[in-house]
Design a protein around this ligand. Structure first.
Ligand code: EPZ
Length: 429
């Protein structure tokens, strides 16, 4: 199993290209199930989750091809992918596939909408919490589906097709919003999704669906209206930049110091985290080509942050922020409100010397502790990258085991950081 070895203490200086967003690419790829024409996605990141979703979609009959390199492109340029679901040959998403990636459960929406049936394995728990699917089930029932749970599978039918309806989500859910949005595009009549997620990835999916012929209003607000159409066609769509990758590298620079241009990043997608960094004393500058992050000689002020759905501070940056606050001049507080068990990184950060105490969902971080390299274990995607950030700031050598978590969501992490002066390498095997 691969490991990442870091020798900490270097500042970061240079340019880091920001990839297409994993959490936009996944639902966009799933949207290919809605049409028998080709959906072309540009700027798709090279990630393990993307590979896994190709595999899952191909089980339903989706062909995919990846364009070869073009003039002027390098290994950091996003991929252009053609997805074609000419015929759906299987409406079952089996446990072996769904259990590897929760987002694959979302195929239930387009499969039901296009085929009138879907049998999708319950995704089960994961490292960050229980993550149930009750909102999906109730929402799809609200759009006319009949749903049973049978032997670990959600069995859904809509023999006469999906029917528009009004769905009120009990709590903001990104996945339920994506799924209901996709299902509603081919439903008869109007659907209203209330308390919808407002994340930029929802807006990106809606834009792509509209390019495919869907009629959607209000994506990016809490109320989304969808007027169903009888069929969708092909389209070409560019995946938006990854705001979590952007925030991660911004926090890495804030932690160790330096001057880095996050090329291709969009500051508009990540206002809350950037405002927080600026408030802590980090230089944040919007440029024509991205976002420039600097910290040279200035201290880091402590922060008090609570995670929240967009436009609030994202749970997907909570672990990285915690690594950063270990370097702050004072005591920081971080409260996690989205997932009940998203503090797996605390114990590992403590192995590097961080002083963190937990009280339920609230972490208190005493800044200024001297971090010292040690072997640590990656537990989930964002937790793993928080260990990378802490490793960059620690004195001596840190080895991060179970790197496959990082490969799920960070494209060429060691190359991107290495280009900016970090002493970081992947050790294979
Ligand atoms: C998406 O997960 C992201 N995944 C997550 O990113 C992200 O952490 C999360 O949204 C929150 O922003 C992708 O986009 C692929 P939710 P999702 O449904 O959709 C509860 C990463 O690191 N809930 O918005 O699964 C749920 O338990 C990943 O890239 C129910 O109770 O999250 C949670 O408390 C990890 N019942 C809350 O809602 C349901 O039926 C929000 O979860 C559905 C959700």
């Amino acid at each position: 199993m691969d490991r990442i070895r870091i020798v900490g203490g270097q500042r970061l200086n240079g340019t880091i290209p920001i990839s297409g967003a994993k959490n936009a690419a996944l639902p966009l790829m799933i949207a290919s199930l809605l049409t028998d024409e080709t959906l072309t996605l540009e700027n798709v990141p090279r990630l393990r989750d993307v590979q896994q979703l190709f595999h899952i979609l191909s089980n339903h009959g989706v062909d995919h091809s990846i364009e070869g390199k073009r003039n002027g492109q390098d290994g950091m340029t996003g991929q252009t992918v053609h997805l074609s679901a000419r015929a759906i040959v299987d409406t079952t998403a089996p446990y072996e596939l769904v259990s590897t990636m929760r987002a694959s459960f979302w195929v239930i929406g387009p499969l039901l909408a296009r085929m009138g049936e879907a049998r999708v394995s319950l995704p089960g728990g994961c490292a960050i919490g229980t993550r149930p699917v009750d909102f999906f089930i109730e929402g799809l029932k609200g759009l006319g589906a009949e749903i049973d749970i049978d032997a670990g599978y959600v069995v859904a039918r809509a023999r006469k097709g999906m029917q528009g309806g009004r769905v009120v989500l009990p709590k903001v859910s990104v996945g339920a919003t994506h799924t209901l949005l996709m299902a509603a595009t081919l439903a008869r009549g109007e659907t209203v999704i209330e308390n919808a997620a407002r994340e930029p990835e929802i807006v990106d999916l809606a834009r792509c669906l509209m390019a495919m012929g869907a009629r959607i209003e209000g994506a990016g607000t809490s109320t989304i209206h969808v007027e169903g159409v009888s069929r969708l066609g092909g389209a070409r769509h560019r995946v938006l930049p990854d705001r979590i990758e952007t925030g991660t590298y911004a926090m890495a620079v804030a932690t160790v110091g330096g001057d880095v241009l996050l090329e291709g990043a969009s500051a508009d997608l990540i206002e809350a985290p950037l405002a927080l960094l600026a408030g802590a004393g980090v230089g944040v500058e919007r440029t024509n080509s991205g976002v420039r992050i600097t910290r040279n000689g200035h201290g880091l002020a402590p922060v008090d942050v609570t995670t929240a759905p967009f436009p609030g501070f994202p749970t997907d940056l909570q672990a990285q922020l915690m690594a950063m606050t270990t370097r702050a001049d004072g005591v920081s507080h971080i409260t996690e409100t989205i997932f009940e068990n998203r503090f797996m990184h605390v114990q590992e950060l403590a192995r590097l010397g961080a002083r963190i105490t937990l009280d339920g969902q609230r972490a208190t971080i005493e800044g200024g502790a001297k971090l010292k390299g040690a072997p640590v274990m990656a537990t989930d995607l964002r937790a793993s990258v928080s260990l990378v950030i802490a490793g960059l700031a620690a004195e001596g050598e840190t080895t991060i085991n179970r790197v496959y978590h990082l490969d799920r969501g960070f494209e060429r992490l060691e190359d991107k950081l290495g280009r900016c002066g970090a002493e970081i390498e992947r050790i294979s095997g």
